[in-house]
Each structure stands twice: as structure tokens, then as C-alpha cells.
Design a protein around this ligand. Structure first.
Ligand SMILES: [Zn+2]
Length: 318
């Protein structure tokens, strides 16, 4: 008996799949892919539950592989009491640790990124980042005083798309430098970034030049710029304003690089030493002036700002 495929009818289309089934190898591929994904997912869950069984009370330190009480960690300024690992902290927490009480005033907090290139899923990612970080962008900018010295400050936020540098990140930092140049104020920066934001393409890369030009104008007026590199500082941020400061400091063991170790390993197909691109090794090679623990930063930075205070400008304005 011969089957005849009905033409141009919905019924025919429906029957088509039954009478002329799809290529079997395609179905097999799909099944294999699904089972592979399932295995990977289960392995990931097992790995996470085995290695990082974090709870509301305890947090896991990836460096020394120990559990620390969240209360103790907060008391120790988010530094692991066992191995001195500096955990990532939010800009608001850093302000609490560093600035004189109630001295911080935020600038340009309402500026928000837009999906200028219509990049797929970028809108959803931005929305999620705003929700998880509680901030509108990957950098917090403003004015504060440290040890009684007034300074402009920017702090990059790891919770917002891993501190990636988008158009608004560059705009906020540029505006801060312009403000500091006008008022003859020092700028203190805390860098943390995975690099330029790929969803904004060339526009994110252009921020490197934009911020750099404002750093130059600020410097030409004889103003001080200090940058503290925190873990991780990489990509376009390292390649521009993070490394253009007059005084460059770093937190202990911070990763400071352009391309990260994984990218290098994939390129040269060799394992790179663990300490490569870490603060100590970067300092030994002359890129960093000093490594300062979070506990000492308030005093250290307060002293630096005091030493470089522009008395003649202050007196002139009185
Ligand atoms: Zn630890």
C-alpha cells in the first residue's frame, strides 16, 4: 500500500510528521544534548553542595576552604580571619568603613544605562543587576571626607555585572573628575572590574579614552589622584584610568591584569603560575606603589590626603 502525502491542508501538515517522521539522527542528537545538560546540571549541584555549603550564618572562603560566621566576617571588615582573603564588598560598605561619618554625598545617582545597540537580553541583565546590587550603575560616585580631608570618590561595584565598564560608568567617573578639577579636589578611586561591557561594544571601549582625558586635565591642574585596585581589576579599566593614578595601591592578593589567567592559559596552552597577576607580583614588577590591607586603609589614605592637601587653594578661597 502506498501513502500519499496530502497537500496544502492543515490536516496534511499534521499528518506529515506521523507519516514522514523527522530525521532520526536529529532526534537522537537532541536527546543526547538533553541528557548531557541534565548530567552537567546534577554535577554542578553536587559540586556546589559539597564545596560551598553556605548558609545564612556561614560563608565559605574559597582561598582557605574554611567556613566563617557572617557576623565575624562583618566585624573583621570582610577579611577572612584564617587566610587574610579580602572578600568583595559593596560600595556602601566601603563608604561605611572608610569615610568620616555621614560625610558621603552621592553624585549622578540617577544616570542609567540603556540598550543602545539593541543587544539581545541586555535589558533583562540590566534590570537584574539593578535589583541585585541596589544601584543604578556599576560605579558609585560622590564627595566625602576621610580623616577630615575632603575628596571626590568613585567605587566600582562587583555586584553590578561584575563591575563592567559601560557608557554610564565612564560618564559618571568623567563627571567626577571634571567636578574635582573645578573644585581643586583630590580623587580617590576603588577599581573593580571584569573589563569593558561587551553589550555596549565600541561605546564601552570609548570610555577608556573619555575617562583618561578627564584624568589628564585633573592632573594638569596639579591635583592628586589615588587609585586602590581591588580584586579583580582587569580589562579596559586596568588598561586606562585604574593605572593612571599618581599613587596606585592594591588590596592584598587582588588580581590585577588585562587578560585573566584563564584566557592566557587557553591561548598559550600552558598553566600559568598561581601568583602571576596577583598584587604582590604586580608590585614587584613596578606597577603598584603599595599593598594596603582594608583594616589600614582609612588611616593610610587619610594620611596621604593630608600630606597632599592643597593649602594655597584652600586659603585662597577663604
Ligand atoms: Zn580564608
Amino acid at each position: 500500500m502506498r501513502f500519499k502525502r496530502p497537500k496544502n491542508t492543515l490536516e496534511g501538515e499534521g499528518k506529515k510528521s506521523r507519516l514522514f517522521p523527522k530525521d532520526k539522527s536529529q532526534t537522537k542528537d537532541k536527546k543526547e544534548k538533553a541528557s548531557r545538560e541534565k548530567v552537567n546540571k546534577e554535577a554542578k549541584i553536587n559540586r556546589e553542595s559539597k564545596d560551598h555549603k553556605e548558609s545564612k550564618e556561614e560563608i565559605y572562603c574559597k582561598k582557605c576552604k574554611k567556613y566563617i560566621s557572617r557576623i565575624d566576617l562583618e566585624k573583621s571588615l570582610h577579611i577572612c580571619p584564617f587566610c587574610n582573603h579580602h572578600f568583595m564588598i559593596s560600595p556602601k560598605e566601603r563608604i561605611k568603613i572608610l569615610c568620616d561619618e555621614n560625610s558621603f554625598v552621592e553624585h549622578n545617582q540617577d544616570l542609567k544605562s540603556v540598550n543602545i545597540l539593541d543587544f539581545p537580553d541586555y535589558d533583562a541583565k540590566l534590570e537584574k543587576a539593578i535589583k541585585t546590587s541596589g544601584e543604578n550603575e556599576s560605579v558609585l560616585c560622590g564627595l566625602c571626607s576621610i580623616g577630615g580631608c575632603e575628596t571626590a570618590i568613585f567605587i566600582m561595584n562587583g555586584e553590578f555585572m561584575m563591575g563592567s565598564m559601560g557608557q554610564i560608568t565612564g560618564e559618571k567617573i568623567s563627571r567626577l573628575f571634571e567636578y574635582a578639577t573645578d573644585k581643586s579636589l583630590p580623587v580617590l578611586g576603588f577599581s573593580l572590574s571584569g573589563g569593558a561591557r561587551m553589550q555596549e561594544g565600541i561605546i564601552s571601549l570609548m570610555q577608556m579614552a573619555k575617562v583618561s582625558s578627564t584624568v589628564k586635565r585633573h592632573s594638569d591642574q596639579g591635583n592628586l589622584y589615588i587609585c586602590v585596585l581591588t580584586n579583580p581589576t582587569s580589562g579596559g579599566v586596568t588598561a586606562s584610568f585604574a593605572m593612571q593614578a599618581d599613587i596606585i595601591l592594591a588590596e592584598p592578593d587582588a588580581l590585577v591584569c588585562f587578560a585573566g589567567p584563564r584566557v592566557i592559559e587557553q591561548t598559550i596552552r600552558k598553566k600559568v603560575p598561581e601568583e602571576l597577576q596577583r598584587a604582590t607580583s604586580v608590585m614587584e614588577n613596578g606597577f603598584i606603589d603599595d599593598i594596603v590591607s582594608r583594616k589600614a586603609q582609612k588611616t593610610y589614605l587619610g594620611l596621604l590626603l593630608k600630606m597632599h592637601e592643597r593649602k594655597e587653594v584652600k586659603n585662597a578661597s577663604i
